[in-house]
Design a protein. Structure first.
Length: 326
């Protein structure tokens, strides 16, 4: 019994998050001790730039360039990570992905799903596909669907569903396979970033303190207002209902006094709409905390100091976080 307990302490789950943006391919590898009760560990960070024009919106135009970048970003993976079968997740842009999150009890009609009973999980999967068809308006043979039970220590679990046209996912699977990488999950970029920002907030704040999470991507600025671990407001800019970013942020705050806003993504894109981090803090009336990997887990090995502080890693971190949580 003592031997078994000692052995279990040394077992870790490893997961990788791959963010393919118009500028670069970014990789984060995280690990966590099993059973899942220890701190996260940042095992590896890397980035490889993409040539201009390799991506056009949701489309991968230059598959060769993306494949080479994927191969290069994994090239220096430490042996401790490479010796295991990594759970690798990649995200799709928001415009290519439909996300839905529902209470687990609402989708489950076949017993105790949380007990991982086989028939119950099978019934849940059928319900997930039905929900995916409903939100996408596309028959299931043309869809790519992934789902994930997000368990909250403070409330009921929810099922998050990512749905996309199969063609967008297949391109990424093919590029990854050509680079020797097997994808095990898909997600939407904003949702992956939100997961990372929520984790960052949990490390910094008291449990019931309201805050905002802001992510800046190629398709705009996304924001969420979070109270008691629940999203109670969200926004996207540019959008028809908001005249400018300041208007969108004021609508997000909803007159609530926020203590903090956690900011991730390509902060330099704010310049394109005449905004800055200081402007965000002024409009929201709170302190802005940039996303940094270094603050979110133990760091191992000679990780690049610059990358540890880059807010661009929110999507990749959120994808890897999902892998160690599952």
């Amino acid at each position: 019994m003592t031997f078994k307990s000692s052995f279990q302490v040394k077992v870790r789950r490893f997961a990788a998050g791959i963010d393919v943006s118009p500028q670069a391919v970014r990789l984060v590898v995280l690990s966590q001790r099993l059973p899942v009760d220890g701190p996260l560990r940042v095992e590896y960070l890397a980035a490889v730039p993409l040539p201009t024009g390799a991506m056009a919106g949701v489309e991968i135009v230059d598959r060769g360039a993306v494949t080479r970048a994927l191969r290069d970003v994994f090239a220096e993976l430490p042996r401790a990570c490479a010796s295991r079968t990594l759970r690798c997740a990649m995200a799709l842009p928001a415009s290519a992905t439909l996300m839905s999150s529902l209470p687990l009890a609402r989708l489950s009609h076949a017993g105790d799903v949380e007990a991982a009973d086989g028939p119950s999980l099978a019934a849940l999967e059928l319900a997930v596909w039905s929900e995916a068809e409903r939100i996408a308006g596309i028959e299931r043979h043309a869809l790519a669907v992934d789902w994930f039970i997000e368990r909250s220590p403070h409330g009921a679990s929810a099922v998050t569903i990512a749905t996309a046209a199969r063609q967008h996912l297949e391109t990424r699977i093919e590029c990854a396979a050509a680079a020797g990488v097997t994808l095990t999950a898909i997600d939407g970029e904003p949702h992956a970033a939100l997961r990372a920002l929520v984790h960052a907030a949990a490390m910094e704040l008291e449990q019931h303190e309201p805050y905002a999470a802001i992510w800046i991507g190629a398709e705009g600025v996304y924001g969420w207002r979070i109270v008691d671990d629940a999203v109670v407001g969200e926004m996207h800019y540019p959008s028809p209902e908001h005249s400018d970013l300041a208007d969108a942020l004021r609508d997000l705050a909803g007159g609530v006094a926020l203590g903090y806003a956690f900011l991730g993504g390509d902060v330099e894109l704010l310049d394109g709409v005449g905004f800055s981090e200081a402007d965000l803090a002024d409009v929201l009336g709170c302190t802005v905390v940039p996303f940094e990997c270094i603050a979110l887990g133990d760091c191992t090995g000679p990780l690049p100091a610059k990358l540890l502080h880059e807010s661009n890693y929110a999507v990749a971190f959120g994808l890897a976080l999902r892998g160690v949580m599952e």
